[in-house]
Design a protein around this ligand. Structure first.
Ligand code: CO8
Length: 257
C-alpha cells in the first residue's frame, strides 16, 4: 500500500506513504488515492478529509519522475478517460478537503494541495512548480490555479523559474492560511476539520460547491447558483435544526438531511 486511509470519527485522513521517494505520485498512489476519495465521497459518516504525506521531508515532491516514460497517443487518451468519465478529485467532491503540508509540496504535489479547500503548512514547508527544470510544465492545474491563488507576478516567477517559496512566503501571498510548527500540523488540521464537522454539513457542501463552481462563472450566474443552493437548503431538516438550536440556546444536532 502506498496510501494510508484512516477514519477518525467524521474525519478521513489520506496519507501518501512513499517517504523514501518524498511521497512522489506514482500511478499506484493515484489509484489508491482515487479509491480512498471514492469511499470518502460515498460514506455519509465522513464529513471532512485531510490529505498529508508520511515522514518528515515531504507532503509530495510531485509526479514520480523516475516512472516517466513516453506514452503512445492511445495510452495517454485511455489515462485521461477514467478521470473524464468519473472525476474523483478534491475539487469535484463537495465535502471539504484540508491539505496538511510539510516539507516539499512540488509540481503535482502542490497541484494536489491547490485542489484542496484549505491549506495549512508546517514551518519547514517548501512549495514550487519545478516542472520547468525537467523540460516539462504543470499538467494538473498549476498554470491555472496558482495565478488565481497568489499575485500574478509571484505565480509567474514560480512557474517560469521553478524556484520554491517557503512557508512564511506562502502565508504572505495567501497560498496557505496558517503556518504552524511541524509537530502541531496534524492537530491543527484536525482542529479545523472538527470545527467544520460542528457546522451544518449540507451548508458546508453547498458553500463549497458555490465557491468552486462560481469561480469560473460571471458574477450574475454565480449569484444565481448561490440563490438556487441556498433556497434548497431552506427545505432541509438541518436548516430548521440550526435555527431551533440557536433560539433554544443549545448546540445543534445536524443530521445531514
Ligand atoms: N519523483 C521520483 N522520485 C523522487 C521525486 C520525484 N518527483 N522527488 C524526489 N525523489 C526521490 C529521489 O530520486 C531520491 O531517491 P533516491 O534516494 O533513490 O535517490 C529521494 O526521493 C530523495 O530525494 P533527493 O535525494 O533528491 O533529496 P534532496 O534533498 O537532495 O532534494 C528535492 C529534494 C529538491 C525535492 C529533489 O528531490 C527534487 O528536485 N525532486 C523533484 C521535484 C520535481 O521536479 N517535482 C515535479 C515533478 S513533475 C510534476 O509533478 C508534474 C507532472 C504533471 C504530470 C501531468 C501528466 C499528464
Amino acid at each position: 500500500m502506498v496510501v494510508d486511509y484512516e477514519k477518525e470519527g467524521r474525519i478521513a485522513i489520506i496519507t501518501i506513504n512513499r517517504p523514501q521517494a518524498l511521497n512522489a505520485l506514482s500511478v499506484e498512489v493515484w489509484q489508491e488515492m482515487r479509491e480512498a476519495m471514492i469511499d470518502f465521497r460515498d460514506n455519509p459518516e465522513l464529513w471532512v478529509a485531510i490529505i498529508t504525506g508520511a515522514g518528515d521531508r515531504a507532503f509530495s515532491a510531485g509526479a514520480d519522475i523516475k516512472g516517466f516514460r513516453q506514452s503512445t497517443a492511445e495510452e495517454a487518451e485511455k489515462a485521461g478517460k477514467q478521470e473524464e468519465e468519473e472525476p474523483v478529485r478534491p475539487d469535484t467532491i463537495w465535502k471539504p478537503f484540508i491539505a496538511a503540508i510539510h516539507g516539499y509540496a512540488l509540481g503535482g504535489g502542490l497541484e494536489l494541495a491547490m485542489e484542496c479547500d484549505i491549506r495549512i503548512a508546517a514551518e519547514n514547508a517548501k512549495m514550487g512548480q519545478p516542472e520547468i527544470n525537467i523540460g516539462f510544465m504543470p499538467g494538473a492545474g498549476g498554470t491555472q490555479r496558482l495565478p488565481r491563488f497568489v499575485p500574478r507576478a509571484v505565480a509567474a516567477e514560480m512557474l517560469l523559474t521553478g524556484n520554491f517559496i517557503d512557508a512564511q512566503e506562502a502565508l504572505r501571498v495567501g497560498l496557505v492560511s496558517r503556518v504552524v510548527p511541524r509537530d502541531k500540523l496534524m492537530d491543527t488540521a484536525k482542529e479545523i476539520a472538527n470545527t467544520i464537522c460542528g457546522r451544518g454539513p449540507l451548508g458546508v457542501r453547498a458553500s463549497k460547491e458555490a465557491m468552486i463552481e462560481g469561480y469560473s462563472m460571471p458574477l450574475k450566474e454565480g449569484l444565481q447558483l448561490e440563490r438556487k443552493l441556498s433556497a434548497h437548503l431552506r427545505t432541509t431538516d438541518d436548516f430548521i435544526e440550526g435555527a431551533r438550536a440557536f433560539a433554544e440556546k443549545r448546540p445543534p444536532q445536524y443530521k445531514g438531511k
